[in-house]
Design a binder for this molecule. Structure first.
Ligand code: ADP
Ligand code: MG
Length: 615
């Protein structure tokens, strides 16, 4: 960047000298301008030649080289240099803008740790994070970034998770808790037992995701690329015609005049403003989103997000906290403790929120025997073999399917109910209750305000709970007792309801809903801090569990699209105007260059606005 500034300065000095020296020895100003040209333009001419050899004739280097060399031939030396000089100023500016937005994403993404401190016996050795493997223990001192995912073995501390979640309030961690790479340890020394290879740790996954984001192009970006490919050759042909036809056909017209007009035409024809500013807008939008803890996997998803029409949510862990409080245990034979122990044991290998909650509740109350085998039945429950007996733990539907529910079993009470059966015998049920997330209601209202027309909840839970939650949050519709494939079918039905270019969003936590995440126009996973499956299957990841980020993300997507559209319209309008003026001989090369660089600079400044996260 510095070097280019110097080049521009030196060239500008020769350029000005060339303008102000007396015109008399003609070669003097030519010499000065040629020097200025050589300093500023050699690389453009070189690139143009190289690309011609490679068969890629019509690029911006070619246009600029042709226009400026042409200007030398018609005797407009200072114009020739001006074309190059301003072109390079524009390039410099573009470079700066791209760097700036990359850096601001990079700032957030500055989470790649250089080293990890591995404990080997009593010794702490700094090693490459790639050399640390699951099972190793590492030391994380205050002020250091956690290099790999793991579990805290010793110590308590405050963690700054803002790089991952955009959340500024620090979180406490203590022994036995999971800790994610990318967070910054603030207060205490932690000993961490590593659970994942570096390549699979949260840091690496997030970095991969962001680095690949610009490969998925939005429709607008794809349009601009295609547009530039046809537009440039058309303008060059038009320029040739402009130079050749009028002097041949109209008597008295000078070839020199028309050649000059044609060259001006070429200068204007450079589509740089469009080619750079539209992708830059999307890049900025993705950057702005990641600043508020929303990772968008590509410009195309930003575009889809901006047209959100139907928002579909999973219940457990998405709209509700996924932390169930046990309210009542009812055992047919009066042995409540045994029922709880069996349930906790059967659930001991499941990561489902229900399983986690039951285990936590049972711990310390009823010692759970280790199961022999466990099978998880998505959207239903689990089936385990414990001490040679088959234990089923799950929804009422699961019991009914297996003919386990006794004839006159009472209706499920309010809340979520987990039924338990052992070896074909119904044992009883555990009534548990979840709570809706703080702010979920406001988030639903905010979604409606951004123009989402319909909010829908899908759940595998029973009708009654579904109705309660939907009522509490003010949702438009709720569908209950859905298995994972039922959710897919329901989403497919909802996809039919969309109108125009509206899109359907599905928001889930990745538990039993990965197929739906993939099926929706935009699959949005909550809380990437937990589920690996979610971050893989989703198009957008809300890094923390805060639903209010969703309407904000939609607003940001809309703004990004608006900015991209403004740039397209503005740049094209100015181009067309200047093309017409130069064909009519009303615009000289100076004007053309200013228009071109000016449009590019303004469009880039506009694109940078996309970086700001809305509140
Ligand atoms: P949601 O659609 O609300 O996110 P799931 O599809 O994960 O819920 O589960 C649907 C229902 O299946 C739960 O309400 C519960 O009755 C039952 N279920 C699923 N997994 C388990 C489990 N591990 N233990 C007990 N019940 C389960
Ligand atoms: Mg779920």
């Amino acid at each position: 960047m510095k070097k280019n500034l110097w080049r521009i300065g030196v060239s500008a000095a020769f350029f000005l000298a060339g303008i102000f020296v007396p015109a008399d020895p003609h070669w003097l100003s030519l010499l000065l301008e040629l020097t200025a040209y050589a300093v500023i333009g050699w690389d453009v001419v070189w690139k143009a030649l190289r690309n011609i050899v490679r068969g890629q004739v019509f690029d911006e280097n070619f246009l600029m080289a042709l226009a400026s060399i042409g200007a030398f031939f018609v005797g407009e030396y200072s114009e020739a240099v001006a074309v190059m000089l301003f072109y390079q100023v524009g390039e410099l500016f573009q470079h700066y803008a791209v760097e700036k937005s990359r850096r601001s994403i990079g700032e957030l993404m500055d989470i790649r740790p250089d080293t990890a401190t591995r404990l080997q016996g009593d010794e702490a050795v700094a090693v490459d994070p790639f050399e640390v493997h699951p099972g190793d223990r590492i030391l994380v001192r205050p002020g250091e970034r956690v290099p790999l995912d793991g579990v805290v073995e010793k110590g308590t501390s405050l963690l700054d998770t803002s790089a991952l979640t955009g959340e500024s309030v620090p979180r406490t961690v203590e022994e036995g808790q999971e800790i994610l790479s990318g967070c910054v340890n603030q207060t205490g020394v932690l000993t961490v037992r590593v659970t994942k290879e570096f390549g699979e740790s949260t840091v690496s996954r997030i970095l991969d995701l962001v680095e690949n984001a610009s490969e998925k192009k939005s429709k607008r970006e794809a349009f601009i690329t295609r547009f530039a490919a046809v537009y440039t050759p058309i303008v060059v042909i038009a320029a040739v015609l402009l130079a050749a036809v009028p002097p041949l056909l109209v008597p008295g017209q000078l070839f020199g005049d028309w050649l000059y007009r044609a060259l001006t035409f070429l200068v204007v024809s450079c589509p740089c403003a469009l080619v750079i500013s539209v992708p830059l807008s999307f890049f900025g939008g993705i950057g702005g989103a990641s600043r508020m803890g929303v990772l968008v996997k590509g410009g195309n998803y930003l575009e889809a997000l901006s047209h959100a029409q139907i928002a579909v949510f999973d219940k457990t862990g998405t709209l509700t906290r996924g932390v169930f409080a046990v309210q009542q245990i009812t055992a047919v034979n009066g042995q409540e403790n045994r029922l709880l122990a069996l349930a906790a044991s059967a659930e001991s290998r499941s990561t489902h929120p229900i399983a986690q909650s039951l285990q936590a509740y049972a711990a310390g109350r009823s010692p759970a025997p280790a199961p022999d085998t466990v099978e998880e039945i998505a959207g239903r429950g689990v089936c385990a073999v414990i001490g040679g007996k088959t234990v089923r733990v799950g929804s009422r539907a699961m019991m009914e399917e297996n003919g386990l529910l006794p004839e006159h079993a009472p209706e499920d009470p309010s809340g979520t109910v987990v039924h338990v059966a052992e070896d074909g015998q119904y044992l009883g049920w555990i009534q548990i209750r979840d709570q809706t997330k703080d702010g979920a209601k406001d988030a639903m209202a905010a979604l409606k305000r951004t123009g989402v027309e319909k909010t829908v909840m899908l759940t595998g839970d029973n009708e009654r709970t579904a109705r309660e939650v939907a009522g509490e949050l003010g949702l438009d519709a709720a569908y209950a007792q859905l298995l994972p494939d039922g959710k897919v079918r329901q989403v497919e039905a909802l996809l039919q309801e969309k109108r125009g270019n509206g899109t359907l969003l599905f928001v889930g936590d990745g538990m039993n809903d990965a197929p739906v995440l993939a099926r929706a126009d935009v699959g949005i996973a909550m809380g990437a801090l937990g589920s690996d499956a979610a971050i893989e299957a989703a198009d957008v990841v809300l890094m923390n569990d805060d639903l209010s980020r969703l309407p904000r993300a939609i607003r940001l997507a809309r703004r990004t699209l608006r900015i991209a559209n403004q740039n397209i319209v503005f740049a094209l309008a100015v181009k067309v105007a200047v093309l017409v003026l130069s064909a009519l001989g009303l615009a000289n090369m100076w004007f053309a260059v200013f228009a071109d660089v000016g449009v590019a600079v303004l469009a880039i400044c506009n694109a940078l606005r996309a970086l700001r996260a809305p509140t």
